[in-house]
Ligand binder design. Structure first.
Ligand SMILES: [Fe+2]
Length: 133
């Protein structure tokens, strides 16, 4: 399994947003530690709760800055955020209905895809509009 870490190549040119992305990537590390361990179910729930509230905060912040900067693809980007937020909320709902239904590996796979595809392909595109330097 690839160890995903925040690197300069994922930088969107805004320090605060880079920090928020690092925090999100940090959640991956917690999942990796508990795969197939005794704390797996509890940590999956905890990560999901954190994720739902943190992506809400993070996406709002990105969307505010995109709007301020007049980023031309903001609407498309907002749609992508809404889809991710919906998926994470669905995952939390499934977890609450049956905490054993979601394994750490599944959540990790989803988050890894999201981090790689969303930050690396979509967030990076607003860099020229939002970056201060
Ligand atoms: Fe984004």
């Amino acid at each position: 399994m690839i160890v995903l870490q925040w690197t300069r190549t994922l930088s969107v040119g805004v320090e605060e947003l880079d920090r928020q992305h690092q925090h999100l990537i940090g959640l991956l590390g917690r999942l990796r530690e508990v795969i197939h361990g005794p704390d797996e179910t509890a940590v999956v729930g905890n990560v999901l709760e954190n994720l739902v509230s943190y992506v809400g905060y993070h996406f709002a912040e990105e969307e505010r800055l995109m709007a301020e900067a007049g980023y031309p693809h903001a609407e498309l980007h907002r749609n992508s955020h809404a889809e991710i937020a919906r998926t994470v909320a669905d995952m939390l709902r499934s977890y609450r209905a049956d905490p054993t239904s979601l394994r750490a590996t599944e959540l990790l796979e989803y988050l890894t895809d999201w981090v790689v595809l969303h930050i690396g392909n979509e967030d990076i595109r607003y860099r020229p509009w939002l970056a201060k330097s």
